[in-house]
Design a protein around this ligand. Sequence first.
Ligand SMILES: [Zn+2]
Length: 167
Amino acid sequence: MAILPIQVFPTRVLKQRAKRVKNIDGPVKRLVRDMLETMHAVPGRVGLAAPQVGVPLRVIVIGIPEEEDIVLINPEIVRRKGERVIDEGCLSLPGFFAHITRSEAVTVKGLDQNGKEVRIKAEGLLAQALEHEIDHLNGTLYIDHLDSIEKLQKVEPIETTPEEDGG
Ligand SMILES: [Zn+2]
């Protein structure tokens, strides 16, 4: 397994439509394992899409704290319900966040890493993560949902001392 470097805006791979996976073969399975390791390498990451590690394929992983990891190949949102405004950031746009509108709940279908069909009904953070990562597969970043780039806000760095970090 390997921790992969994260592609940062404005790299081209982040703006293109990723290709469908035709066969869940060895390289795709290795990609999934590496994406899971890369996602878990830094606490607080809840999802990752293959274009973010430079691979233009329709593969996402989600890791909500305290819940089992989700791997989805060729995921599709089949249903969206409601609207809510939430704060969102992205590993590929470090240092920024914005208030954006997302669905309250989504239903997503796709394949797991064994090629088995899965269907997920999600709300809250999981729904947000699914919409965010599936957006990546279509070359869409959360800033594309803003009517003005001026609505992008800077994350203020939190100053920590080594003592405070070591808990
Ligand atoms: Zn992102």
